[in-house]
Design a protein around this ligand. Sequence first.
Ligand code: UD1
Length: 420
Amino acid sequence: MGAYVITGGSKLSGKLKVQGSKNASLPIIAATILNCNKSHIKNVPDIKDVHVMIDILTRLGADINFSGNELTIDTSKVNSWEVPENLMRKMRSSIILMGSLLGRFGKAKVSYPGGCEIGPRPIDLHLKGFAALGVKIKESHGFIYAETEKLKGANIHLDFPSVGATENLMLAAVLAEGRTVIRNAAKEPEIVNLQNFLNKMGCRIKGAGTDTIKIEGCSIDDLKPIEDYTVIPDRIAAGTYLAATAATRGNIVLENVIIEHIEPVLAKLREMGCSIKSKDDKVELWVDGPLKALDSLRTLPYPGFPTDMQAPMMALLSTAEGTSIITETVFENRFKHAEELRRMGADIKINGNTAIVKGVRKLTGAAVEAKDLRAGAALVIAGLAAEGKTVVEGISYIERGYERFAENLRTLGAKIENLD
Ligand code: UD1
């Protein structure tokens, strides 16, 4: 499985260029299926989830080259609409292929998605939305068979602004007959990045970034190759490095960030007492006094505080003065890291979807296990701040989303080694 061995206590210090966004890259890669042509995409992070997506597209018949964070995908020879089960199980977000496959072939066969262990992650909103677009769905023995003669534009109201459902429905609706309106759509920046990619291809989408997205369907023959498109910076990776720096009371300059995207995280770090300066695509954070607990940290859909930053912030708050209250409203059962943090001396009580975190004077190194991607990052943060040695097992989860994580932290002065 692999592990990190961390000797805590070194302050992080230095400069780092933030990777491209995982959650923007995955739907954009799925979108390349639509144009039966070449797409050239830059700033793609070299992480496990991207490699799984590349493997799936290759199995479907795409010709792909990935080097130096640049991805060229030729989907002209894609001839299968069945996502291989073993690959689908490796990554929950492979469900995002359904929209593109329905757009291109009018059919898709996928298995129920795998992914992080962060509570039930149903796909009912995706399936209801597809049904509204005229797709017939059959579920049998763990597989989903979806088929339609012709996708038809529809008015769709999502019960919850699901990121994945919004993206999946956009991917199908761009090739539907007529107009689709998605209401209560997710507003995350990754959805805007997907809209811009699709529009560059020739699709007609408006409204991403607001709660109403309007899509005028077009024909597959209208779609063009993409000569050059750049994925946005990863706001969660940026937030993770900021939280790690704050936990070690260090200082950092992050480059390649979109300040607006990380504002919900910056606001909370400022409230804790971190000093922050930002200009253009750079943000600087340093700590020169004690860090205070947060009365309330509540995860919400964007532009609220991101659920993906909840675990890294819990690690940081474990070292702050006073008692913090964290409320997780996006995912059930996303507090598994609390138990591992407790092994390191953190004082955390869980009550339903609320965590009460009493700051301790010092965390202590321990053997812990990453149970999902962001929980893994949280344990590394705790290890960097702790006294003594921490061994974090299960780093394959961390490598799903963070590019050169240990190497980047070492550049900043951390003592972290890979153990095979
Ligand atoms: C995406 C992100 C993930 C992030 C999450 C919330 C990617 C690849 N992943 O995941 O990192 O944590 O957004 O910001 O972009 N839900 C339903 N039915 C559905 C779909 C979702 O009930 O059909 C519920 C989920 O169980 C969850 C909530 O809606 O409680 C949010 O999920 P969603 O926004 O869909 O997250 P993902 O797209 O899976």
